[in-house]
Design a protein around this ligand. Structure first.
Ligand code: PMP
Length: 457
């Protein structure tokens, strides 16, 4: 039972003492005051329970306060809170060996950080040192962090400041087959309706050829003949669960490598089994990156991140001394180790595939009923639902309407996220322990919220 300060007190303190941005990013008119979590559930200060389908932005991987992970944290807290790499201590070694076993060759050298932005900062530095080149390419509408360097990678306008940041970073067109200029209608065999269909295994999509042509153009005109790195998420997260057409990433990697660059997969949201069919999102594209960055789900909510690369790139990076006080902290490593054990022992990735596929299949049925659902896409438990004014225009559903539906869903006990360039995409990235019953509950709630909205309209 919650016995702390009142809601009014918290709001007052938030207004007066907290970063003003924290007021802006609250999704709800009537905010949720979270007190406690267990697995896929959250409780507010009044004891009301919510099904959490956003997981602190794909961060809770195996479940809020998962017993095995909590036990590992408590055990380590009673043994050793902190020491640095100056000394040799077991948890970091146990963890690095374990994490490496989840990655394909030659991705075996691990650097531990405290966040995704920090991991991407480090990856930028590594790529530049290794290649001797400076320019870095990312997708339009991407989010890779908010540090001064990673703000250069991030191209989602909402997060940009009118200041120079991340010198040497530029964008290529995001191969978004729903909102981009080339889409599912360019399928060679038969025009497909949605992005998810467009990732069809036949690889027949002409959109790939068009977007690759555009990438070639960018490589020829916007960056010098050699480039340091190409950063991409396997499925865009903040960008709204945007998936790329079949083979795009594979062909892009080839072009970048031909021009001396390394390929970096940002697995901050897609890693650790979230995409269901694969442990890492890049595996779904049949590529092996040169550098992989990770955070969020790695620690199930404990602040942590990592960069994994090849021995060759690591050797080039060893030209200087790299030190990070908290990176590889013993408590973080013990937690992250328990997260990996849990994913394996509980079949978390398989659950992600089963429940995620069911959710998307059922939501496609809702898409066929409601004119305001334009696209259902994603993989496993990294899902996007694109809200539109109507299917033919594909114009984004206005923010107020999206907000109303979001609030209604919350009032019926389910928390989901939103994102996309216009805030038009509902995002589902729950703790991966959710069940089929939870999925059914959400589907009923979502259906009701949509019909409530249509009635009000
Ligand atoms: N990369 C991706 C894909 C992300 O979604 C985020 C966070 N939303 C980051 C990097 C940055 O991570 P952090 O907030 O831990 O710095």
């Amino acid at each position: 039972e919650y016995k702390g300060m009142s809601k009014d007190q918290m709001l007052q303190i938030r207004r007066q003492f907290c970063n003003p941005m924290t007021m802006k990013v609250t999704f709800y008119k009537r905010p949720v005051f979270i007190h406690q979590g267990h697995m896929q559930w959250l409780w507010d200060v009044d004891g009301r329970r919510y099904l959490d389908l956003f997981a602190g932005v794909a961060t809770i991987s195996v479940g809020h306060c998962h017993p095995r992970v909590t036990e590992a944290a408590v055990k380590q807290l009673k043994t050793l809170w902190h020491t640095t790499n100056i000394y040799v201590y077991p948890p970091i070694h146990e963890y690095c060996e374990k994490l490496a076993s989840y990655l394909p060759d030659p991705l075996k050298v691990i650097y531990l950080t405290n966040s995704g932005s920090e991991a991407n900062d480090l990856a930028m530095l590594m790529a530049r040192l290794y290649t001797g080149n400076f320019d870095i390419l990312t997708f339009g509408n991407s989010y890779h962090g908010s540090s001064t360097q990673t703000l250069g990678l991030t191209s989602n306008a909402a997060y940009k400041y009118p200041l120079p940041s991340g010198l040497g970073c530029s964008n290529t067109m995001c191969p978004d087959v729903y909102r981009g200029i080339w889409g599912g209608s360019h399928c060679r065999d038969s025009p497909v309706q949605t992005t998810r269909d467009c990732s069809c295994p036949q690889g027949c999509c002409l959109a790939t050829d068009h977007y690759i042509g555009q990438l070639k153009q960018t490589l020829a005109t916007s960056v010098p003949s050699r480039i340091a790195a190409f950063f991409a998420e396997p499925i865009q997260g903040v960008g709204g669960a945007v998936q790329y057409p079949k083979n795009y990433l594979k062909e892009a990697y080839k072009l970048v490598r031909e021009r001396g660059g390394v390929c970096i997969a940002d697995e901050v949201q897609t890693g650790f089994g979230r995409t269901g069919s694969d442990f890492w999102g890049f595996q779904g594209h049949d590529v092996i990156p040169d550098i992989v960055t990770m955070a969020k789900g790695i620690g199930n909510g404990f602040p942590m991140g990592a960069v994994v690369t090849t021995p060759e790139i690591a050797a080039a990076f060893a030209k200087g001394v790299h030190f990070n006080t908290f990176g590889g902290n013993p408590v973080a490593c013990s937690v992250a180790s328990a997260v990996l054990d849990t994913i394996t022992l509980e079949g978390t990735q398989q659950n992600s595939l089963k429940v995620g596929t069911y959710l998307m299949t059922e939501m496609e049925k809702l898409r066929d009923v409601y004119e305001i659902i334009g696209d259902v896409r994603g993989k496993g438990l990294q899902i996007g639902v694109e809200m539109v004014k109507d299917k033919s225009s594909r114009d984004p559903l206005p923010a107020e309407a999206v907000g109303e539906i979001l609030e209604d869903v919350k009032d019926m006990g389910v928390l989901i996220g939103k994102g996309g360039l216009y805030g038009q995409t509902f995002r589902l990235k729950p703790p991966m322990c959710i069940t089929m019953e939870d999925a059914d509950y959400f589907l009923a709630v979502f259906n009701k919220a949509l019909s409530n909205y249509m009635e009000r309209k």
